[in-house]
Design a protein around this ligand. Sequence first.
Ligand code: HEC
Ligand code: HEC
Length: 331
Amino acid sequence: MEFYNNHKKLFTAAILFFFGLTLFVCLLPALDNQRTYQPLSTSKAMTEAESRGKAVYISEGCVACHTQQVRNVDMDQPFGSRPSIAADYARNRRLNFFQNTATLMGTERTGPDLTSIGSRQPSEDWQYAHLYNPRSVVPQSVMPAYPWLFEYKDILGPNDKEVNLPEDFRKSNQKLVPRHQARDLIAYLLYLKQAALPVSIPAKEFLYKKEEKPQAAGGAAASDLPDGAALYTTHCASCHQANGEGIPGAFPPLKGDAVVTGDNLELYVTIIMKGYNGLAPAYAEMPAVGTLAELKAEQVAAIINHERESWGNNSAKVTKQDVQTILDQMK
Ligand code: HEC
Ligand code: HEC
């Protein structure tokens, strides 16, 4: 056959076939994706510091252990209020001419998903201590420490922020401050918040929900409240620690604490819902943990009761109704 013996025709046909395939398999679908998935109107663009922080996130290899995608399965619920959708990633652009688009969705979760870490853990103080050495705030953590993103200084500069650490984790008596890479990286982490869906887009559901376990007989059944110890672990222990002793200079102890054991329930509930800065400068600032996590009256009551009967504390229990009254007044 002439076609197979004429190399010009053969190569031209092969090249045309190749470009045709590229067009239909790569280029057209990509252009179509770009047109269909516009950034959500509720999402924000990154500031310069935040995008520099994203580059630090990439260069330090955080993506090896952390994902940024909330799958539509029930076990992903702690990481976001809804499953991720394509439009969540529509703000991603090429880093520069030579480097491709970094979506950072990740493939492996040695650590938790970070899609919404800016809402889940909005405390800068916690983030710095954790980045310098994760064990300083999460004793059982296997995450590597990143001390090279920090430096020790004798005197704080005008823009320096001192990081408070427990004694055992300090390498020097000088003041520990984050370098600009750490500042940018934390700015990026705090930027990571799952955008609310505009009303025009219905949220996907989380699938394979676990069935509600019936309340265990005995202790838990005695009250109509959820498990306060578990709620404390999820929402409070990262700062105040499992043993209720807090971290000197950063997070106050709740063991023997006047607010926890005292009788000003209104102050206690307000601190949980709205955060607190009344102890500054002895301690960092507490973010509005309860509001961010949308805690309900029965959950707040369960946490309070747990704190009031743990670590040697021994004070009167509260009911869901006590807390509800205060929440209603707060609105
Ligand atoms: C070797 C795996 C590994 C690497 C690499 C790693 N992490 Fe982690 N990370 C973890 C693990 C495990 C946890 C859970 C324990 C903890 O909180 O320390 C975690 C927790 C976190 C948390 C707290 C999440 C939460 O929901 O409380 C943040 C924030 C975080 N990592 C950020 C980073 C950043 C930023 C980097 C890169 C500079 C990084 N991680 C690199 C394993 C890793
Ligand atoms: C991100 C870290 C963080 C988390 C999470 C957190 N706190 Fe706090 N909390 C703080 C800091 C910091 C302070 C001290 C604030 C100040 O300087 O006034 C504080 C103060 C308090 C106080 C007041 C102590 C006093 O003597 O005045 C109470 C009570 C308290 N927290 C309860 C809770 C409860 C309950 C939770 C969980 C629902 C919680 N906190 C979660 C950081 C945190």
